[in-house]
Design a protein around this ligand. Sequence first.
Ligand code: GAR
Length: 199
Amino acid sequence: MNIAIFASGNGSNFQAIAGAVKKGKIKAKLALLVCDKPGAHVLKRAKKLKVEAFLIEKKNFQSKEEYEKAIVRKLKEKNIGLIALAGYMKIVGPDILKAYKNKILNIHPALLPSFKGASGIKDALAYGVKVTGPTVHFVDEGMDTGVIIMQSEVSISDKDNEKSLAKKIHRAEHKIYPEVVKLFVEGKLKIKGRKVYVR
Ligand code: GAR
């Protein structure tokens, strides 16, 4: 199976998945990085790892529909079977969703359905919860609303600030995201209603 990762920023999750592929833990090819931000650090990581990068900016298209159609064309050309969003800071629209139904994963840095949106780490800290952590879920048309596949607990201590908490959450993300990608590639994720079973 060919995998595409969509990322807009640092790319530490891209790196974690690439590492698991390289080690043979995930038996698939990391065939493409889709990136919407020139200058994103993830592009450097892809270059180093010799993963093809497809840099595509929405501002160069008339509409989101045209932008996404161009992405889908590229995904089809590369015979992509799974999309993993890893810090891709855009809502996936209907064109990609339709072409890849139940084949798009996302990682979110909070225990969904709490703290949805773009600042899941900061919001959990500000709210005062004692436990937070990443969630990997399938992507649907909502924002962070798709069925949940795996979560990991991270405790928040009185001493934590945004930086220290982010570090702990990223460490947990780098464990669970490659694990979920592996399960998907092996065909072990079964969706029943709002539940995902590993079979
Ligand atoms: C990750 O913490 C991920 O959970 C978050 O972006 C970060 C990307 O880090 N995603 C979201 O907030 C999506 N709502 P990375 O670029 O180092 O992989």
